[in-house]
Design a protein around this ligand. Structure first.
Ligand SMILES: NC(=O)c1ccc[n+]([C@@H]2O[C@H](COP(=O)([O-])OP(=O)(O)OC[C@H]3O[C@@H](n4cnc5c(N)ncnc54)[C@H](O)[C@@H]3O)[C@@H](O)[C@H]2O)c1
Length: 156
């Protein structure tokens, strides 16, 4: 395990205002970049957490100097940004909801497994060749939410 996780905070406004400064105090965590379309939010965050860089460009979260991408962007960005970050070999910490549909969640989970390996003991026994969310019994329920109600089998 890395001695220090180098973090990019992506999406610094909204709910992130409530917790962003915590990242500056976590042992073993160094916030390298604060990234937001709104430059003032990125700058305020960088000042609070001691990040050396601000950016308005998500691509700046994908450089070699970053280990972890924290996404606090709107829901419609979650899948695309998670997929890009996972493909770049990053760990991803994502605000809820994970994504807009079971299919988007599966894209993220499958890529996470591919790049980081499956989480042992969670869902894999039930997974057996099926997309993770579907294997776990999640169902789309477009009437109520985009992602649907999670129905988890025993052991979860
Ligand atoms: N607001 C809440 O109380 C709350 C609670 C729990 C979870 N969440 C989740 O947190 C996430 C963010 O919600 P929010 O309410 O903070 O939204 P918000 O729209 O208030 O803030 C999102 C921030 O992301 C930035 N942003 C948007 N697109 C971007 C991009 N492509 N690259 C970089 N920055 C970008 C915006 O400028 C803004 O600062 C959502 O997934 C939401 O469901 C919010």
């Amino acid at each position: 395990m890395a001695e220090e996780f180098r973090v990019a905070l992506v999406g610094c406004g909204g709910v992130a205002r409530r917790y962003r400064r915590i990242y500056g105090r976590l042992p073993g965590v160094k916030v390298v970049s604060a990234i937001d379309l709104n430059e003032a939010e990125a700058a305020q965050t960088a000042a609070e957490v001691g990040a050396g860089r601000i950016s308005q460009n998500f691509e700046d979260a994908l450089g070699r100097e970053i280990d972890v991408v924290v996404l606090s962007t709107p829901n419609d960005m979650h899948c695309e940004q998670s997929v890009e970050a996972l493909r770049a070999g990053k760990h991803v910490l994502l605000k809820k909801p994970m994504a807009r549909s079971v299919e988007e969640c599966d894209q993220i989970v499958l890529l996470g497994h591919k790049h980081c390996g499956p989480q042992k003991g969670r869902g894999e026994a039930a997974g057996a060749g099926r997309p993770p969310a579907a294997a776990a019994g999640w169902q789309s329920n477009s009437t109520h939410t985009a992602v649907g109600l999670p129905r988890l089998p025993r052991g979860w």
